[in-house]
Ligand binder design. Structure first.
Ligand SMILES: *Cc1c(COP(=O)(O)O)cnc(C)c1O
Length: 454
């Protein structure tokens, strides 16, 4: 225990000076030189293996200078919650087995429901992440709308090209590979064009197809844009579509005043996904699904079994196992509940507000530097940008630029294609990201541009 504690302590102390990305040629292959064996090697050499071959290579998502994909950070209080969850090993899937663990999860689900103004009748569960939670939403929508058999090939789903790819994966994994996907065009800020959605739904209905689901994004991973949620809800209500909002990245920004207006309308959805391992800064492994009419989730997910009859007697709270694909599950709620209880909400609100300010700051500064082209003002905390060289191919230049940034490693940013153009993206999410980190990012980008030009 002492050894693990000092290992963790040393790690935490070193985060501020660690690189955000370490590209080591061996890519941790030394781990394979120590196979699982009849005899153990003891704790200290085991910790050395973790230090030398696991955490010293690849991305470092705990760093405040990790600005790629959607960061999170990994709250230390969550780690303590995880430790206690594992030590006590409560059975969190079934109310009868651990009323306390299930109440803790239900309490968090109700807290999130309140945040987005879902009614008391809402239900949901803590999943391992946004992908799994989104799949549960799709399955619930599918079952509620009766999309099965011959209906599938004439059923139509509406989303923009910027929706997270896990939605398409979820459709496939839910047996809906052959349904029709309509990619609705976006405006100049990469938000769904709602009149195009309206037209597409009408045309499809007129030609005998079956529109049933619209998926919008409350913060796309690609550009951070928030679709016009209220207008989409108008169309969904009028046309009788299931309205699913993927707020895996952006949902928790509802905690801060800067984002309240743009996120308005989230609560008008039928289902929503939020990822506490992103914008609540939890360690990886926590997503959340909320379904407004909880009975629909239960109807889709619940299956009984003879050996589970003891579990049915006590129904003060719905059991996660009746709402989700999992039976036995990680006592996941403790890693989310503990930091919220210990710290309160205020520091979460402040950290998220800070991220919005930092993204605006980064956007304004990059826009002013000669040669750079920036994407739209950030809706939340993602900024897209690229360098446009006076001569030569811009895509090639930016690919090179990103390679140099990665080789340097002080900051990490990931890339995407926007309108087919190679683009770099800066996502400020981690609670450890502050103004000095953003300044470092700008410094590194400028330095690397100069290096390439030389
Ligand atoms: C991250 C993300 C997902 C996928 O969630 P995971 O937790 O990585 O499985 C889905 N949608 C959006 C908008 C995301 O940002």
């Amino acid at each position: 225990m002492e050894l693990v504690y000092s290992f963790a302590d040393e790690y935490l102390e070193s985060i501020a000076t660690q690189k955000a990305y370490i590209d080591r040629p061996d890519r941790g292959s030394g781990l394979l030189d120590s196979p699982i064996d009849e005899n153990g090697i003891g704790l200290e050499p085991t910790l050395d293996l973790i230090r030398d071959h696991v955490i010293s290579v690849g991305l470092n998502p705990t760093s405040g200078r990790f600005l790629g994909y959607i960061p999170g950070g990994g709250l230390f209080y969550s780690a303590l919650g995880d430790f206690l969850a594992a030590v006590t090993n409560r059975y969190a899937g079934v109310f009868f087995a651990s009323p306390g663990a299930v109440r803790m999860e239900s309490l968090l689900i109700r807290w999130m429901s309140n945040l987005i103004a879902y009614p008391e009748s809402a239900a949901g569960y803590l999943a391992s992440g946004g992908s799994v939670a989104n799949q549960s939403a799709i399955v619930t929508a599918r079952d509620h709308c009766g999309i099965e058999g011959v209906e599938i090939t004439r059923s139509v789903v509406y989303m923009t090209a910027h929706v997270h790819h896990c939605i398409e994966k979820a459709l496939r994994m839910s047996g809906l590979r052959t349904c029709i996907i309509r990619r609705i065009p976006v405006d100049d800020r990469y938000r769904m064009n709602v009149s195009a959605l309206d037209d597409a739904v009408r045309e499809d209905r007129a030609s005998g197809l079956r529109p049933w689901l619209v998926v919008s994004s409350a913060g796309t991973t690609n550009t951070g844009s928030v679709d016009p949620l209220n207008e989409i809800a108008d169309v969904a209500e009028r046309e009788g579509l299931w309205n699913h909002v993927d707020a895996a990245y952006g949902g928790f920004f509802i905690l801060c005043p800067e984002a309240r207006e743009i996120l308005e309308g989230m609560g008008r959805s039928d289902s929503i996904v939020m990822d506490p391992h992103k914008t609540m800064f939890l360690p990886y492994g926590t997503g959340a699904l909320l379904v407004k009419d909880g009975r629909r989730l239960l109807a889709s997910a619940h299956v009984g079994a003879d050996y589970m009859q003891d579990t049915l007697q006590d129904t003060a709270e719905l059991s996660p196992s009746d709402l989700s694909p999992e039976l036995t599950k990680h006592f996941r709620s403790l890693r989310m509940w503990l930091p919220l209880k210990v710290l309160g909400l205020a520091p979460f609100r402040a950290a998220l507000s800070e991220k919005i300010q930092l993204a605006r700051y980064f956007h304004d500064r990059i826009a002013k530097i000669d040669g750079f082209e920036v994407g739209p003002e950030p809706d939340l905390s993602v900024v897209t940008f690229r360098y446009v060289p006076k001569s030569g191919d811009a895509d090639e230049f930016n690919q090179r630029l990103v390679r140099e940034i990665h080789k340097d490693g002080r900051v990490f940013m990931s890339t995407t294609l926007v309108d087919g153009r190679f683009t770099i993206r800066m996502a400020a999410v981690c609670f450890r990201t502050h103004k000095s980190d953003i300044d470092t990012a700008i410094e590194v980008v400028q330095e690397m541009v100069e290096r390439i030009k030389e």
